[in-house]
Design a protein. Structure first.
Length: 172
């Protein structure tokens, strides 16, 4: 049975936005699994995602402290329909990322990460796929705020799609 997944990271609530964009909440409420790669900032979003998502896999990021670090791991691992996922916030610089992550996560098929706010979808020589969904609330130097969706079934991650969100002015 195929599993629908939403990948997000670097939500930075409430410092970068008051809430997640409506289209992302709609996807979250209608998918099977949500993967969050850290930098939540406030535990209220974790509580809300746990309430609204069917299943949540998340890690803490460098901007997460207190209850977030108590409730979330630094690295999460989950197998969905035969695909082994690892989730971590930081992977270091872009240069050499594939080889470095393949060595660090040899037992994973897909590594989901955040931190840079830059969408990323590459595959290491070992076959490890690296995904960064960007940020739905803080686009930094990117043209759009973003998140990813995908489908997992029969041991394959497919239909990975980068979703662009409307550009909103930063919260002041």
């Amino acid at each position: 049975m195929p599993v629908s997944v939403v990948f997000t990271s670097d939500t930075h609530l409430p410092t970068r936005a008051r809430d997640l964009p409506g289209p992302l909440w709609e996807r979250i409420e209608n998918c099977d699994v949500v993967v969050h790669a850290g930098d939540w900032v406030d535990v209220a979003l974790l509580d809300e995602l746990e309430r609204r998502a069917r299943r949540l896999v998340g890690v803490y990021g460098n901007n997460d402290h207190g209850a977030l670090r108590q409730r979330l791991p630094e690295i999460a691992r989950v197998e969905l329909e035969g695909v082994r996922f690892a989730v971590v916030h930081e992977t270091g610089t872009a240069q050499g990322r594939e080889a470095r992550c393949a060595a660090r996560f040899p037992d994973a098929d897909v590594l989901v990460f955040g931190h840079s706010h830059i969408p990323w979808d590459t595959t290491a020589a070992t076959g490890l796929r690296l995904l960064n969904p960007g940020s739905p609330t803080d686009r930094r130097r990117q043209p759009f705020a973003t998140y990813l969706t995908g489908t997992v079934g029969a041991g394959v991650l497919s239909d990975v799609t980068l979703h662009r969100l409307p550009v909103r002015p930063p919260r002041r």
